[in-house]
Every structure is written in structure tokens, then in C-alpha cells.
Design a binder for this molecule. Structure first.
Ligand code: MSP
Length: 509
């Protein structure tokens, strides 16, 4: 029976250009989505764009275009990036779409009708130049705001508030009772720590006099919706909220996000859903941040890693491999070009590339390119077979726990065993003795069978490479399914290999 699996990325701010941090989040989600498809699950994988708010309105103004046009011009940078990174999202949501406006307004109206929203006064430091309220974050030493904000005045304005605070105790109990809700564990503790302090009510509106670029409140067209209320709702919009499909897709299984937006996802969002009577997502998983050469990436420093440039130089699979292999989901990572090249040459070209190339070249040379027959197993063979099957058996557990980095480590252990097997069994020596022809065939069969299993297990991580492995083995016609990696002896003897070419040409400088 297939299970449904719904995974999301954050919706990215449309006014940014995609960089390696955004690519990382989306690629991790893609690996998990593909892994679930490989297990036979019914997957829905969502990404998209966050298009409303002050920053977009200002960026559009600066370019002298309407916000709508600005968004339409920026959106392709994002939408078209994902296929280049082999990202297999099933939907791409933009918060300016009519389907989204309808859902945001419907949720707001329901909350309003239930008495969960009230009007109040918002008082704070307002910068007319920046057209925004400033918080303590912006305040410099001595309680002064930086000069770029111009004159900052105390301002009071009428706004709408969502009664978030009354759900605080409920949320604490919920998180305590559902240890898997916030991932990893240390982030859960961080959220519980944050919830020790009183949670205020959430201001969910901005007066139109200040901000026009937003979804109007259904009960007061003089106000637009606060951007986080609008943004978080995307996850239910895309699941078809208000249609029969919603019951089949929702709740989300994993909201994958960066650590700095955990509070919105693990506090605001569950409370919004609870107040609307919508079931909660199973998990909010926070990943870490990438630096480059130990430094924060920033446009002004000019050290931002551009995912497109990496893909052009090294290929999407090499990028995906590096990002996934470097660190577990949750930890921070540091990008260095040297480390990237080292992993490429050592792990992709050498370990993986050599295993496949050696195995298949020998089948070409010694068996005319036809998969030989398996023979009686020797202890050496059993060891290889056990490693392969154990790796495939561990796969679902690793994926369920988002241990995709360890899973990749397991697969590399199998690849290394495969290479050791070649050295120990020494097919080139067997080939010199006609009496050992059957043993030679058996050894090459075991190698090809190991490569077949690797060609399935790698599919979520490096989809193009996995396809190439299976094409070279002559088994590309059958779709990759995990169950086939959990069995030994599936590769048919007598089948012809495809064209044998190196997977990752070495790029030593
Ligand atoms: N629009 C909001 C999210 C709304 S979700 C309902 C937003 N957008 S964002 O474009 O600023 O950031 C999106 C994601 O990119 C975040 O999860 C963030 O962690 C990730 N990253 C941005 N820079 C990053 C790194 N340097 N490293 C890793 N991920 C980082 O926030």
C-alpha cells in the first residue's frame, strides 16, 4: 500500500536572487521527496515564492514598475532554476495567485467570525523613509537608529490582532507530547525555551496607507494581511484547502526550513492551524546555514556561491552530492571550493566512477559485454552481498529520520567495499586461467549486481548519475524502485551492457 507524503520548502522572497542557501534547502527536500517516491509513496513536493510585503513594494518602486510586474519578472529566476538542479517539485506556488488569496481570506474570515481577531493599537518606532516600524534589532547603541532610517518617530496605528497568546500552554503541551514535531532535538529545546516567555498576540494587518502590496483583509479592505500570515498559509493553499483533495494531501509530513524561521513555523503556524481547526503538520525540520570559507555569504562581500555557476562547471549531481554529503540536516556547513573539488575527484570520480568503470570494462573485455552467470558464492561474495542488502534495508529508516547524510555515507561504504572486492578477487588474474572462467564470471556478476543496487540507492541523491549507471548496465528500461535494491540476483544474466563511459571525468587542476 502506498502512503502519501507531503514535503515543502519555505517560499523564497521573490526580490532575492537564488543562492546556494536556497538551493540547499530545496535540494534536501528534493532528495527526501525522491527517496519517498523510490519507496513507492504518493509524494507531493511543494516549493514557491513569497511575493507580498514592504520589501517587494519598495524594490518595484525603485525599478519604476508595478509590484505585480516586478514579481512576474523575478519569478522565472526561481521557477527555472529548479529543473537545472534536478529538483522534482510537483507544484510551484506564488502568493500572488488567486488560489492563494482566496484561502488567506477564507482563513482570516473564519478566525474573525470566531472572535479570534480583534482590533487594537500598534505603537512603535516608525521610519517614514523606510516606510516601516523599527524594532530593537534595528536600534543601534545608545538607543539611536542608524541614519539610513531618517527621522524616526513614535507612531500609533489601528491594526488587527490574532489571539495567539491564549494558545501558548496548548502549544507547549503539544510539543512535549509530540517529540518528532520539531527536528532536530536541539531545536525543539530552543523552541520550548522561547515559549518560557509570554507569547504576545500577533499583529496580522498593515494599513493600506502604508502598504498596498498585500492581500486585503476580507473584513476591512483598508488593511492588508501581514506577510507571515499570508506566507505560511501557502502550505495549505497548495494542498487544495477547501477542495476534496485537501483531505488526501494534508497534513504536511515535513516542512523543511532554515533555522532562522523556525519560530514562525513551530509557534505561529501551529497556532494558526489549531485556531482554524486544521490538523497540524507532522514535522517542522530546521536545517543549518552555509558560510563560505568560514564567512557569512553576502552580496556586498561578493562571496555568494551561485548555484548556476557550480552546475555549469561541475554538473547538478556533483552539487547535490557535495551539499548532502558535507553535513547532517540541522548542522551548519562551510563551503570551500577546495573541499568541493576534493570530494568530486576523490569520491565521485575515484570511488564511484572507478567501481562502475572497472566492473563494466571488464565485462566488456572478458565477457563480450554480456552479463555473465552468477556462480556459487564464496565468503568474499557473501560479504559484499550482505553489505549491499543491509544498506538497502537501512534506507527507509534513514529517510524517515532525515538522516540522508548518513544514508549517503552508507552507500559510500558499499562503494568502497565494491572496490576492495575488485582488488581482492583480482578478475584480471582469473582471466589468465581458462579453468577459472566460471569464477571470473561470478565475480563480475557480483560487481555488476552491486552496481545495479547502487544505481537504485543513489537515485534520490544523483538522479542523472543513477540513470546513467542503470543505462550502462542495460537495465534503464525498468523504473528504479527500492524493493529491487533489497533483493540480490535481480540482474539478468545474458543481458547486454549499454555504452560504458566514465561517470565523472577527473578534474584535477
Ligand atoms: N519568505 C520567507 C519564508 C516564508 S515560508 C512560509 C523567507 N524567505 S528567504 O528567501 O529569506 O529564505 C528562505 C530560506 O533560505 C530560509 O529557510 C533560509 O534558511 C534559507 N537560507 C538563506 N540563506 C541561507 C544560507 N546561507 N544557508 C542555508 N540556508 C539559508 O525567509
Amino acid at each position: 500500500m502506498s502512503n502519501k507524503f507531503y514535503i515543502t520548502t519555505p517560499i523564497y522572497y521573490v526580490n532575492d536572487r537564488p543562492h546556494i542557501g536556497h538551493a540547499y534547502c530545496t535540494i534536501v527536500a528534493d532528495v527526501v521527496a525522491r527517496a519517498h517516491r523510490l519507496m513507492g509513496d504518493e509524494v507531493f513536493f511543494l516549493t514557491g515564492l513569497d511575493e507580498h510585503g514592504q520589501k517587494v513594494q519598495q524594490a518595484a518602486q525603485a525599478k519604476g514598475v508595478a509590484p505585480r510586474q516586478f514579481c512576474d519578472e523575478m519569478a522565472p529566476h526561481w521557477r527555472e532554476l529548479w529543473p537545472r538542479l534536478s529538483v522534482s517539485n510537483d507544484d510551484f506556488i506564488r502568493t500572488t495567485e488567486p488560489r492563494h488569496k482566496a484561502v488567506v481570506q477564507s482563513l482570516l474570515q473564519q478566525l474573525y467570525d470566531k472572535g479570534e481577531i480583534y482590533t487594537g493599537e500598534y505603537e512603535g518606532w516608525y521610519s517614514a523613509r523606510a516606510e516601516q516600524f523599527l524594532t530593537d534589532k534595528e536600534m543601534g547603541p545608545g538607543g539611536k537608529f542608524p541614519a539610513e532610517y531618517g527621522e524616526v518617530v513614535r507612531l500609533t496605528e489601528k491594526n488587527y490582532f490574532f489571539k495567539m497568546s491564549k494558545y501558548q500552554d496548548w502549544l507547549i503541551s503539544y510539543i512535549l507530547e509530540h517529540p518528532e514535531f520539531v527536528y532536530p532535538d536541539y531545536r525543539r529545546n530552543e523552541i520550548l525555551g522561547f515559549l518560557q516567555k509570554p507569547l504576545g498576540d500577533l499583529c496580522i494587518s498593515r494599513p493600506k496607507t502604508r502598504l498596498t502590496w498585500g492581500i486585503p483583509l476580507p473584513f476591512d479592505p483598508g488593511h492588508v494581511t501581514y506577510v507571515w500570515f499570508d506566507a505560511l498559509t501557502n502550505y495549505v493553499t497548495a494542498a487544495g484547502y477547501g477542495t476534496p483533495r485537501f483531505g488526501q494531501v494534508w497534513p504536511a509530513d515535513v516542512h523543511l526550513i532554515g533555522k532562522e524561521i523556525l519560530m514562525f513555523h513551530a509557534c505561529y503556524w501551529p497556532i494558526m492551524l489549531k485556531a482554524c481547526g486544521i490538523p497540524l503538520p507532522r514535522q517542522v525540520a530546521a536545517h543549518g546555514w552555509w558560510t563560505r570559507d568560514g564567512q557569512k555569504m553576502s552580496k556586498s562581500v561578493g562571496n555568494v556561491v551561485d548555484p548556476v555557476a557550480v552546475v555549469d562547471a561541475w554538473g547538478a549531481d556533483a552539487l547535490r552530492y557535495y551539499l548532502l554529503r558535507e553535513l547532517p540536516v540541522g548542522s551548519d556547513g562551510d563551503w570551500t571550493d577546495t573541499n568541493f573539488a576534493r570530494r568530486y575527484n576523490g569520491e565521485l570520480a575515484n570511488d564511484l566512477g572507478n567501481l562502475l568503470n572497472r566492473a563494466l570494462s571488464m565485462i566488456k573485455r572478458y565477457c563480450k559485454g554480456v552479463v555473465p552467470a552468477p556462480g556459487p558464492a564464496e565468503p568474499l561474495d557473501d560479504e559484499l552481498k550482505t553489505t549491499a542488502l543491509d544498506t538497502a534495508k537501512r534506507f527507509p529508516g534513514r529517510v524517515a529520520k532525515l538522516e540522508v547524510n548518513r544514508l549517503l555515507g552508507d552507500i559510500w561504504e558499499l562503494i568502497r567495499r565494491g572496490n576492495q572486492y575488485v582488488d581482492a578477487a583480482a578478475p584480471w588474474a582469473l582471466a589468465k586461467d581458462p579453468a577459472k572462467a566460471a569464477r571470473l564470471g561470478a565475480v563480475l556478476y557480483n560487481l555488476a549486481e552491486t552496481c545495479r543496487i547502487i544505481g537504485i540507492l543513489l537515485a534520490p541523491f544523483m538522479p542523472t548519475t543513477a540513470d546513467k549507471i542503470r543505462a550502462q548496465l542495460g537495465v534503464a528500461a525498468a523504473p528504479a524502485v527500492l524493493a529491487d535494491a533489497q533483493k540480490w540476483g535481480v540482474l539478468p544474466s545474458g543481458g547486454s551492457l549499454g555504452e560504458v563511459t566514465p561517470l565523472f571525468p577527473r578534474k584535477d587542476k
